[in-house]
Design a protein around this ligand. Structure first.
Ligand code: PLP
Length: 352
């Protein structure tokens, strides 16, 4: 193995996975061309495969999910308008205000009563047309929802939100970095999930275990415009087949295995829930959020690290642990009681 520190169980994110030996071989032996000049055959094959899986006309390989989200916003929205977006979404929190800086739009942050935006929340955010109110040009949804703890938005909610976007005559973009997880956990097909959106971003470097990459899918016309946006953003990649081969390997060999990550997240959640008043958000997929009764997340992170388990502080009162393919069931099972013990001791210590 090529991993730096085998002794440490790193649950900070599903982005920390090391490419397997087989994935590295696939990368090494990929047939490549110049994807900016006249096309890379392996990248093209990946794009066709992803478009087919998601039931869309066309797909485009991107260096990152952030760039694919931003290209979608840039292509689909209008400067000086609003885009409706979940207040706790990746687009709001972790993309450096790209929607404002690059596309010139004002994110209208939709916050409802549930942890993830619902159709009713979206409907309530719509203002009647007026001389003073900004126009809306795009709706964005996130599925699974990272900040809410890998939560799945059910198909009926997605359909209802898409219907609202259509009634507003604006497109809907789905940030589906972990749409794979939603598909595997719910049994709903990728194409059905994607049918509730005009464009969908999917990531290869999360649970699928590829080192780099994401894809954007949609109509041929929108993808033609997205290709120009990608080039403008500096995301045209030459022998990109070496990266596309890793993504393809992840799709072919790791997609169905995401169910293991979901089971491991449940194991972790069961061990942590109720410890000294801490509560887990019951995991729909591979992300475990633990809400603490007292602000001590940083201390838990430091103590867990001293015990060889890495988790992250999502907020002063929330710990995040993410199951992934380099964290086996055996390792999660043995780490869970150790982490629960750390949580219990730190909370007790903070109280006294
Ligand atoms: C990781 C992630 C992204 C961004 O992907 P990068 O490849 O890290 O840029 C976007 N949205 C969600 C929900 C994510 O989890």
């Amino acid at each position: 193995m090529v991993s730096g520190s085998e002794a440490v169980l790193d649950l900070r994110s599903d982005t920390v996975t090391q490419p397997s030996a087989a994935m590295r071989t696939a990368m090494m032996t990929a047939i490549v061309g110049d994807d900016v000049l006249d096309g890379d055959p392996t990248t093209r094959a990946l794009e066709e495969d992803v478009a087919t899986r998601l039931g869309k006309e066309s797909a485009l390989f991107f260096p990152s999910g952030t760039m694919a989200n931003q290209a979608a916003i840039w292509v689909l929205s209008e400067p000086g308008t609003e885009i409706f977006v979940d207040a706790d979404s990746h687009i709001v929190h972790w993309e450096l205000a790209g929607a404002a800086a690059l596309a010139g739009v004002q994110p209208r942050m939709v916050r409802g009563t549930a942890p993830v935006m619902t159709a009713l929340d979206l409907e309530r955010a719509v203002r009647p047309p007026s001389y003073d109110a900004p126009d809306v040009s795009l709706v964005c949804v996130e599925n699974t929802h990272n900040g809410a703890g890998g939560m799945i938005t059910p198909l009926h909610e997605l359909r209802a939100m898409y219907a609202i976007a259509q009634s507003l005559r604006v497109p809907l973009h789905m940030d589906g970095a972990r749409l794979w997880n939603a598909h595997v956990a719910s049994g709903v097909s990728l194409a059905e999930l994607a049918s509730c959106a005009d464009t969908v971003m999917v990531s290869f470097s999360k649970g699928l275990g590829a080192p780099v990459g994401a894809a954007l899918v949609g109509t041929r016309d929108v993808m033609t415009r997205a290709r120009r946006a990608r080039k403008r953003f500096g995301g045209g990649m030459r022998q990109s087949g070496m990266l596309a081969a890793a993504a393809m390997h992840g799709l072919q060999h790791h997609l169905s295995e995401l169910s293991h990550d979901h089971a491991n997240a449940r194991t972790l959640a069961a061990a942590l829930d109720g410890v000294e008043g801490a509560r887990v958000v019951p995991p729909d997929t591979n992300i475990v959020m633990l809400d603490l009764p007292i602000a001590c997340a940083d201390t838990i992170v430091a103590e867990a690290k001293a015990h060889g388990i890495r988790v992250s502080a999502w907020s002063p009162t929330r710990i995040r642990a993410v199951a992934h393919r380099d964290a086996s069931a055996a390792r999660i099972t043995s780490a869970a009681p150790i982490l629960a013990d750390v949580v219990a001791r730190v909370i007790r210590g903070a109280r006294s």
